[in-house]
Ligand binder design. Structure first.
Ligand code: NDP
Length: 297
Protein backbone atom coordinates (compact mmCIF):
# COMPACT_ATOMS: atom_id res chain seq x y z
CA UNK A 1 0.00 0.00 0.00
CA UNK A 2 1.48 3.36 -0.99
CA UNK A 3 1.69 6.09 1.64
CA UNK A 4 -0.78 8.91 1.17
CA UNK A 5 1.11 12.14 0.24
CA UNK A 6 1.01 14.58 3.13
CA UNK A 7 -0.15 18.14 2.59
CA UNK A 8 2.59 20.68 3.29
CA UNK A 9 1.82 22.37 6.60
CA UNK A 10 0.77 26.00 6.27
CA UNK A 11 3.15 28.42 7.94
CA UNK A 12 2.10 29.93 11.30
CA UNK A 13 1.30 33.62 11.29
CA UNK A 14 0.42 36.28 13.86
CA UNK A 15 -1.97 39.19 13.33
CA UNK A 16 -1.78 42.24 15.60
CA UNK A 17 -4.77 44.58 15.39
CA UNK A 18 -8.25 43.20 14.85
CA UNK A 19 -10.18 46.17 13.57
CA UNK A 20 -12.26 45.82 10.45
CA UNK A 21 -9.21 45.15 8.30
CA UNK A 22 -7.15 43.07 10.74
CA UNK A 23 -10.14 40.81 11.37
CA UNK A 24 -10.58 40.28 7.63
CA UNK A 25 -6.87 39.49 7.26
CA UNK A 26 -6.85 36.99 10.13
CA UNK A 27 -10.03 35.37 8.88
CA UNK A 28 -8.51 34.90 5.41
CA UNK A 29 -5.39 33.31 6.89
CA UNK A 30 -7.52 30.91 8.93
CA UNK A 31 -9.57 29.97 5.88
CA UNK A 32 -6.32 29.24 4.02
CA UNK A 33 -5.33 26.86 6.81
CA UNK A 34 -2.62 28.90 8.51
CA UNK A 35 -2.24 28.42 12.26
CA UNK A 36 -3.07 32.01 13.23
CA UNK A 37 -2.33 33.75 16.51
CA UNK A 38 -4.22 36.97 17.10
CA UNK A 39 -3.92 39.88 19.50
CA UNK A 40 -5.91 43.07 19.86
CA UNK A 41 -5.74 45.91 22.37
CA UNK A 42 -9.44 45.37 23.09
CA UNK A 43 -9.31 41.66 23.81
CA UNK A 44 -13.01 41.00 23.14
CA UNK A 45 -12.39 41.35 19.39
CA UNK A 46 -10.47 38.07 19.37
CA UNK A 47 -13.68 36.15 20.13
CA UNK A 48 -15.09 35.66 16.60
CA UNK A 49 -11.66 34.70 15.28
CA UNK A 50 -11.10 32.23 18.11
CA UNK A 51 -14.41 30.66 17.07
CA UNK A 52 -12.89 30.23 13.59
CA UNK A 53 -9.83 28.51 15.03
CA UNK A 54 -7.45 31.36 15.84
CA UNK A 55 -5.31 31.29 18.96
CA UNK A 56 -5.79 34.47 21.01
CA UNK A 57 -2.64 35.72 22.75
CA UNK A 58 -2.76 37.55 26.08
CA UNK A 59 -0.05 40.01 25.10
CA UNK A 60 1.48 41.36 21.92
CA UNK A 61 4.76 39.77 23.01
CA UNK A 62 3.18 36.32 23.30
CA UNK A 63 1.63 36.87 19.89
CA UNK A 64 4.81 37.77 18.02
CA UNK A 65 6.80 34.93 19.53
CA UNK A 66 4.22 32.41 18.29
CA UNK A 67 5.09 32.83 14.59
CA UNK A 68 7.99 33.59 12.25
CA UNK A 69 5.76 36.15 10.54
CA UNK A 70 3.76 38.94 12.21
CA UNK A 71 1.29 41.08 10.30
CA UNK A 72 0.34 44.35 12.01
CA UNK A 73 -2.64 46.49 11.01
CA UNK A 74 -3.45 49.34 13.42
CA UNK A 75 -4.93 52.77 12.88
CA UNK A 76 -1.64 54.63 12.47
CA UNK A 77 2.09 54.01 12.36
CA UNK A 78 2.41 55.96 15.63
CA UNK A 79 0.29 53.18 17.16
CA UNK A 80 2.55 50.56 15.57
CA UNK A 81 5.68 52.23 16.87
CA UNK A 82 4.25 52.57 20.39
CA UNK A 83 3.07 48.96 20.45
CA UNK A 84 6.18 47.33 19.02
CA UNK A 85 9.01 49.44 20.44
CA UNK A 86 9.00 47.40 23.69
CA UNK A 87 8.79 44.13 21.67
CA UNK A 88 11.95 44.57 19.58
CA UNK A 89 13.76 41.69 21.30
CA UNK A 90 10.78 39.37 20.81
CA UNK A 91 10.62 40.29 17.12
CA UNK A 92 14.36 39.88 16.46
CA UNK A 93 15.02 37.21 13.84
CA UNK A 94 11.39 37.32 12.66
CA UNK A 95 9.60 39.10 9.84
CA UNK A 96 7.23 42.00 10.44
CA UNK A 97 4.77 42.96 7.69
CA UNK A 98 3.16 46.32 8.44
CA UNK A 99 -0.12 46.86 6.59
CA UNK A 100 -1.02 50.03 8.47
CA UNK A 101 -1.65 53.07 6.29
CA UNK A 102 1.26 55.49 6.49
CA UNK A 103 3.68 57.75 4.67
CA UNK A 104 6.91 56.73 2.89
CA UNK A 105 9.03 58.41 5.57
CA UNK A 106 7.18 56.55 8.35
CA UNK A 107 7.85 53.27 6.55
CA UNK A 108 11.53 54.11 6.16
CA UNK A 109 11.81 55.03 9.84
CA UNK A 110 10.15 51.77 10.89
CA UNK A 111 12.46 49.84 8.54
CA UNK A 112 15.46 51.58 10.09
CA UNK A 113 14.24 50.76 13.61
CA UNK A 114 13.64 47.14 12.58
CA UNK A 115 17.09 46.81 10.98
CA UNK A 116 18.71 48.10 14.17
CA UNK A 117 17.01 45.28 16.08
CA UNK A 118 17.53 42.40 13.64
CA UNK A 119 13.89 42.39 12.52
CA UNK A 120 13.07 41.84 8.85
CA UNK A 121 10.65 44.62 7.89
CA UNK A 122 8.27 44.65 4.94
CA UNK A 123 5.90 47.55 4.47
CA UNK A 124 2.59 47.13 2.70
CA UNK A 125 -0.37 49.02 1.33
CA UNK A 126 -3.76 47.33 1.09
CA UNK A 127 -5.66 48.17 -2.09
CA UNK A 128 -8.96 46.76 -0.90
CA UNK A 129 -11.68 47.21 1.67
CA UNK A 130 -12.12 44.42 4.26
CA UNK A 131 -14.94 42.78 2.28
CA UNK A 132 -12.58 42.39 -0.70
CA UNK A 133 -9.85 40.55 1.23
CA UNK A 134 -9.20 37.09 -0.29
CA UNK A 135 -11.38 37.88 -3.30
CA UNK A 136 -10.30 38.50 -6.90
CA UNK A 137 -9.40 42.13 -7.61
CA UNK A 138 -7.87 42.81 -4.20
CA UNK A 139 -4.13 43.31 -4.02
CA UNK A 140 -1.53 44.41 -1.52
CA UNK A 141 1.60 46.40 -2.39
CA UNK A 142 4.84 45.39 -0.66
CA UNK A 143 8.32 46.89 -0.38
CA UNK A 144 11.38 46.37 1.78
CA UNK A 145 15.11 45.83 1.72
CA UNK A 146 14.84 42.04 2.00
CA UNK A 147 13.08 40.80 -1.12
CA UNK A 148 14.07 37.21 -0.30
CA UNK A 149 12.06 37.42 2.95
CA UNK A 150 9.08 38.65 0.95
CA UNK A 151 9.43 35.66 -1.38
CA UNK A 152 9.69 33.33 1.62
CA UNK A 153 6.44 34.62 3.09
CA UNK A 154 4.64 35.24 -0.17
CA UNK A 155 2.68 31.96 -0.03
CA UNK A 156 1.22 33.15 3.29
CA UNK A 157 0.63 36.71 2.07
CA UNK A 158 -1.20 35.42 -0.99
CA UNK A 159 -3.94 34.15 1.30
CA UNK A 160 -4.82 37.83 1.94
CA UNK A 161 -4.88 39.15 -1.61
CA UNK A 162 -2.83 39.22 -4.77
CA UNK A 163 0.71 40.44 -4.04
CA UNK A 164 2.56 43.28 -5.81
CA UNK A 165 6.23 43.84 -4.98
CA UNK A 166 7.20 47.44 -5.77
CA UNK A 167 10.84 47.64 -4.70
CA UNK A 168 13.59 47.55 -2.11
CA UNK A 169 13.02 51.07 -0.79
CA UNK A 170 10.72 50.39 2.21
CA UNK A 171 8.87 53.65 1.47
CA UNK A 172 7.70 52.60 -1.99
CA UNK A 173 4.64 50.59 -0.98
CA UNK A 174 3.33 53.62 0.94
CA UNK A 175 4.18 55.90 -1.99
CA UNK A 176 2.22 53.71 -4.42
CA UNK A 177 -0.58 53.29 -1.89
CA UNK A 178 -0.97 57.02 -1.24
CA UNK A 179 -0.69 57.82 -4.95
CA UNK A 180 -3.48 55.37 -5.78
CA UNK A 181 -5.60 56.58 -2.90
CA UNK A 182 -5.00 60.17 -4.02
CA UNK A 183 -6.76 59.25 -7.25
CA UNK A 184 -9.58 57.76 -5.20
CA UNK A 185 -9.92 60.82 -2.95
CA UNK A 186 -9.98 63.10 -5.98
CA UNK A 187 -12.89 61.06 -7.24
CA UNK A 188 -14.54 61.09 -3.79
CA UNK A 189 -14.32 64.90 -3.71
CA UNK A 190 -15.71 65.23 -7.20
CA UNK A 191 -18.57 62.84 -6.53
CA UNK A 192 -19.42 64.58 -3.23
CA UNK A 193 -19.45 68.00 -4.90
CA UNK A 194 -21.53 66.73 -7.82
CA UNK A 195 -24.22 65.23 -5.55
CA UNK A 196 -24.21 68.39 -3.41
CA UNK A 197 -24.73 70.58 -6.48
CA UNK A 198 -27.41 68.49 -8.18
CA UNK A 199 -29.17 68.10 -4.85
CA UNK A 200 -29.64 71.84 -4.48
CA UNK A 201 -32.60 71.58 -6.87
CA UNK A 202 -34.08 68.53 -5.22
CA UNK A 203 -32.92 66.07 -7.88
CA UNK A 204 -32.68 62.65 -6.30
CA UNK A 205 -29.17 61.24 -6.03
CA UNK A 206 -30.41 57.87 -7.38
CA UNK A 207 -31.71 59.59 -10.48
CA UNK A 208 -28.39 61.33 -11.10
CA UNK A 209 -26.17 58.36 -10.20
CA UNK A 210 -26.11 56.58 -13.60
CA UNK A 211 -25.17 59.79 -15.42
CA UNK A 212 -22.44 60.60 -12.92
CA UNK A 213 -21.04 57.08 -12.78
CA UNK A 214 -20.86 56.67 -16.54
CA UNK A 215 -19.31 60.09 -17.05
CA UNK A 216 -16.62 59.62 -14.38
CA UNK A 217 -15.69 56.21 -15.82
CA UNK A 218 -15.52 57.57 -19.39
CA UNK A 219 -13.37 60.52 -18.33
CA UNK A 220 -11.07 58.31 -16.27
CA UNK A 221 -10.56 55.89 -19.12
CA UNK A 222 -9.16 58.64 -21.34
CA UNK A 223 -7.59 60.91 -18.70
CA UNK A 224 -5.41 58.35 -16.91
CA UNK A 225 -3.55 56.88 -19.92
CA UNK A 226 -3.62 60.20 -21.81
CA UNK A 227 -1.94 62.05 -18.95
CA UNK A 228 0.67 59.30 -18.60
CA UNK A 229 1.52 59.51 -22.28
CA UNK A 230 1.86 63.29 -22.14
CA UNK A 231 4.00 63.19 -18.98
CA UNK A 232 6.34 60.53 -20.31
CA UNK A 233 6.79 62.20 -23.72
CA UNK A 234 6.71 65.80 -22.47
CA UNK A 235 4.04 66.59 -25.10
CA UNK A 236 1.33 68.59 -23.34
CA UNK A 237 -0.17 70.47 -26.28
CA UNK A 238 -3.75 69.35 -26.73
CA UNK A 239 -6.64 69.38 -29.13
CA UNK A 240 -9.01 68.17 -26.39
CA UNK A 241 -9.33 70.86 -23.72
CA UNK A 242 -6.74 73.57 -23.08
CA UNK A 243 -5.74 74.94 -19.70
CA UNK A 244 -6.98 78.32 -20.96
CA UNK A 245 -10.49 77.05 -21.53
CA UNK A 246 -10.50 75.26 -18.17
CA UNK A 247 -9.27 78.41 -16.42
CA UNK A 248 -12.05 80.39 -18.08
CA UNK A 249 -14.69 77.83 -17.04
CA UNK A 250 -13.72 77.28 -13.40
CA UNK A 251 -15.23 80.59 -12.15
CA UNK A 252 -18.59 79.33 -13.47
CA UNK A 253 -18.33 76.32 -11.19
CA UNK A 254 -17.30 78.38 -8.17
CA UNK A 255 -20.05 80.96 -8.66
CA UNK A 256 -22.65 78.22 -9.22
CA UNK A 257 -21.62 76.55 -5.94
CA UNK A 258 -22.07 79.90 -4.14
CA UNK A 259 -25.36 80.74 -5.88
CA UNK A 260 -26.80 77.30 -5.14
CA UNK A 261 -25.74 77.57 -1.52
CA UNK A 262 -22.98 74.96 -1.27
CA UNK A 263 -19.33 75.27 -0.32
CA UNK A 264 -16.67 75.45 -2.99
CA UNK A 265 -13.89 74.68 -0.51
CA UNK A 266 -12.82 71.46 -2.26
CA UNK A 267 -12.47 73.14 -5.65
CA UNK A 268 -11.34 76.70 -4.91
CA UNK A 269 -7.63 75.69 -4.78
CA UNK A 270 -7.83 74.57 -8.41
CA UNK A 271 -8.36 78.18 -9.49
CA UNK A 272 -4.95 79.26 -8.20
CA UNK A 273 -3.22 76.35 -9.98
CA UNK A 274 -4.95 77.13 -13.28
CA UNK A 275 -4.18 80.85 -12.93
CA UNK A 276 -0.54 79.98 -12.38
CA UNK A 277 -0.54 77.69 -15.43
CA UNK A 278 -1.72 80.54 -17.63
CA UNK A 279 0.66 83.06 -16.04
CA UNK A 280 3.58 80.71 -16.72
CA UNK A 281 2.67 80.38 -20.41
CA UNK A 282 0.90 76.99 -20.56
CA UNK A 283 -2.46 78.23 -21.87
CA UNK A 284 -2.44 75.91 -24.91
CA UNK A 285 -1.43 72.83 -22.94
CA UNK A 286 -3.90 70.23 -21.71
CA UNK A 287 -4.66 69.23 -18.12
CA UNK A 288 -1.72 66.82 -18.35
CA UNK A 289 0.50 69.81 -17.47
CA UNK A 290 -0.96 70.00 -13.94
CA UNK A 291 1.21 67.29 -12.29
CA UNK A 292 4.31 69.26 -13.26
CA UNK A 293 2.84 72.46 -11.86
CA UNK A 294 2.34 70.70 -8.51
CA UNK A 295 6.08 70.17 -8.12
CA UNK A 296 7.45 72.53 -5.48
CA UNK A 297 10.67 74.09 -6.72
P1 NDP B 1 -10.32 50.02 12.71
O1 NDP B 1 -10.63 51.35 13.29
O2 NDP B 1 -11.44 49.10 12.41
O3 NDP B 1 -9.27 49.25 13.64
C1 NDP B 1 -8.17 49.92 14.19
C2 NDP B 1 -7.31 48.92 14.92
O4 NDP B 1 -6.17 49.60 15.45
C3 NDP B 1 -8.03 48.24 16.09
O5 NDP B 1 -7.57 46.91 16.19
C4 NDP B 1 -7.53 49.08 17.26
O6 NDP B 1 -7.60 48.41 18.50
C5 NDP B 1 -6.11 49.27 16.84
N1 NDP B 1 -5.43 50.37 17.56
C6 NDP B 1 -5.66 51.68 17.43
N2 NDP B 1 -4.85 52.38 18.24
C7 NDP B 1 -4.11 51.46 18.91
C8 NDP B 1 -3.08 51.56 19.85
N3 NDP B 1 -2.66 52.76 20.32
N4 NDP B 1 -2.51 50.42 20.30
C9 NDP B 1 -2.93 49.21 19.84
N5 NDP B 1 -3.90 49.06 18.93
C10 NDP B 1 -4.48 50.17 18.47
O7 NDP B 1 -9.47 50.33 11.38
P2 NDP B 1 -9.29 49.40 10.09
O8 NDP B 1 -9.07 47.99 10.52
O9 NDP B 1 -10.33 49.73 9.11
O10 NDP B 1 -7.91 50.00 9.51
C11 NDP B 1 -6.65 49.58 10.02
C12 NDP B 1 -5.58 50.07 9.05
O11 NDP B 1 -5.83 49.51 7.75
C13 NDP B 1 -5.58 51.60 8.88
O12 NDP B 1 -4.26 52.07 8.78
C14 NDP B 1 -6.31 51.79 7.57
O13 NDP B 1 -5.95 53.00 6.90
C15 NDP B 1 -5.85 50.56 6.79
N6 NDP B 1 -6.76 50.21 5.72
C16 NDP B 1 -8.10 50.09 5.96
C17 NDP B 1 -8.97 49.85 4.92
C18 NDP B 1 -10.44 49.73 5.15
O14 NDP B 1 -11.18 49.76 4.14
N7 NDP B 1 -10.90 49.57 6.39
C19 NDP B 1 -8.48 49.75 3.53
C20 NDP B 1 -7.05 49.80 3.39
C21 NDP B 1 -6.25 50.06 4.45
P3 NDP B 1 -8.95 48.47 19.40
O15 NDP B 1 -9.88 47.45 18.79
O16 NDP B 1 -8.48 48.13 20.74
O17 NDP B 1 -9.48 49.88 19.27
Amino acid sequence: MSARPTQPAQSPVTVLGLGLMGTALASALLKAGHPTTVWNRTAAKTGPLAAQGATPADTARDAVTASPLTIVCLTTNENVRALLAPEATALAGRTLVNLTNGSPSQARELAQWAAEHGITYIDGGIMAVPQMIATPGAYILYSGTDEAAYETHRPTLRALADTRWVGKDPGLAALYDLSLLTGMYGMVMGVAQAYALIGTEGIAAREFAPLLGDFVVAMTQSLVPGTAEALDTGQHLTDVSSLAVNQAALPNFLSAYAEQGISGALFEPLQAVLDRAIAEGYAADGLSRLPELLKQS
